[in-house]
Design a protein around this ligand. Structure first.
Ligand code: SF4
Length: 433
């Protein structure tokens, strides 16, 4: 099947950009210069085309959000501004107070216990042979559901953060840790986003890691392809730096991958296809990790379309994450039941190697577990119980459905601490029987 991705001048629907030509709009430097960082800028772009009530809703949403606004004109102008409440892109990047929910009682801004597994300030070492390296805390966009909302994107009214950009001197300590721990073979570079790291620093990080004898695999993470594909096409130094690191790894019989983050088919245009075609021709393997988001992509039809589009462009649909239990994005979380339903619906629709594994990254650092591998799932309280033998064989880990999706009886359990403790003990007994 031949797909025809969006290729029209969609940005001309925004009054301020109605005279911006194709060449100017697809200049990545223009995109960066015109990225939208403030409510004032949103008001100036939209006041003629959206209801002031909607703009007021964003204003009060921002008061409660853990993430600041940052969005590229490319994404901003793909939002359907005649239906902004329902648009899957708007929901990811612009908060509305009217759709926000109180945080789940067990949510935590470090829900994956990354601090507990921290080694120095830039390394998270949870799995035996794999680490996460966080060289920066800035991204080309800010996603309202970010799992590292405690670190990424600068302070907001609800959350103080220590933001940092590239500091190569601090990276040396991380490289020493990796060299000193010979069981570590796999490094994920995330944070923060690779798009905000210069070509020179990409080569420094990539080659320093590949020079460590025990490191066999390096994965660079970027959402950039979904939000600014023109950088891959126009910033030749940056794209060549990735390519050089891939080649450097290949010479050493080591693997280097690019991991990206598309959530919805609407994020894919003809420019995405061209950018991915360039990476493919350079021999760069790209995998995708989506987050399952309520009202954005939580239907089998949307996920199947996304998987087909990604596969068509040579991107492996690798993971779909159940949304982590971080505060201030409760309205975007889905239930375990929904994830299992989507897993059943998508499996068998295409080749197994292009079928993403749906995973739940457990509260308290239990790591990623395949969505159907829970020990017990109590739909009444929404609590699921899990084991993670390679991380802690004796511990029981938990995940919880959003309270909004529970019955009245289920929600009442969460209103009474004694009732909740007794219910939790009962569930633990069930799996210990
Ligand atoms: S791009 Fe990734 S790290 Fe950055 S805000 Fe979005 S989810 Fe968080």
């Amino acid at each position: 099947m031949q797909y025809n991705f969006r290729n029209d001048c969609f940005w001309n629907a925004i009054p301020a950009w109605e005279n911006i030509g194709r060449e100017a709009f697809f200049d990545y430097k223009w995109q960066l210069k015109n990225s939208i960082h403030s409510l004032d800028r949103i008001v100036s772009l939209l006041s003629d085309i959206v209801d002031p009530i909607f703009l007021a809703d964003i204003r009060s949403g921002l008061e409660k959000s853990a993430m600041n606004i940052r969005i590229t004109p490319y994404l901003f102008s793909q939002i359907d501004w005649s239906e902004p409440y329902h648009d899957p892109l708007r929901k990811q990047y612009l908060p509305l107070e009217s759709e926000m929910r109180a945080p789940h009682p067990w949510s935590d801004d470090d829900s994956l216990a990354e601090k507990q597994n921290g080694k120095g300030s830039l390394i998270v070492h949870r799995y035996p042979d794999k680490v996460l390296f966080l060289p920066i805390t800035v991204c080309p966009v800010y996603c309202m559901y970010c799992t590292r909302s405690r670190l990424v994107g600068g302070s907001t009214k609800t959350k103080e953060k220590d933001m940092y950009g590239p500091k190569p001197k601090n990276w040396t300590e991380a490289f020493h840790y990796l060299r000193d721990n010979e069981d570590i073979e796999d490094v994920v570079i995330s944070g923060g986003d690779l798009y905000q790291i210069s070509a020179k620093h990409i080569e420094l990080i990539g080659k320093s890691l590949l020079d460590i004898p025990n490191i066999r695999r390096v994965r660079f993470a970027t959402k950039g392809l979904a939000v600014l594909p023109m950088k891959v096409l126009g910033d030749h130094d940056w794209t060549n730096a990735i390519s050089n690191v891939v080649e450097y790894g290949r010479e050493k019989d080591k693997q280097v991958f690019l991991h990206t983050h598309f959530n919805h088919p609407k994020e894919i245009t003809e420019w995405t296809r061209e950018a991915l075609s360039l990476l493919f021709k350079k021999g760069i393997i790209v995998r995708n990790q989506s987050v399952l988001l309520a009202g954005v992509n939580d239907t089998p039809e949307i996920m199947k379309t996304l998987i087909k589009y990604l596969s068509y462009m040579g991107v492996q649909p690798y993971y779909i994450y159940l949304h982590d239990m971080v505060p201030y994005s409760e309205h975007l979380r889905t239930s375990l039941k929904t994830a299992v339903y989507i897993e059943k619906s998508i499996r068998g629709s295409t080749a197994g190697f292009n079928t993403p594994t749906i995973v739940c990254d457990l509260l308290m650092g239990g790591g990623k577990r395949q969505i159907c591998s829970y020990e017990y799932y109590d739909e009444l309280s929404g609590i699921s119980l899990w084991k993670s033998p390679n991380l802690d064989p004796d511990k029981i880990f938990f995940h919880c459905d959003p309270l909004d999706e529970l019955s009245k009886e289920g929600r009442e359990i969460w209103c009474d601490k004694k009732k909740l403790d007794a219910h939790k003990d009962l569930l633990i007994q069930k799996i210990n029987q």
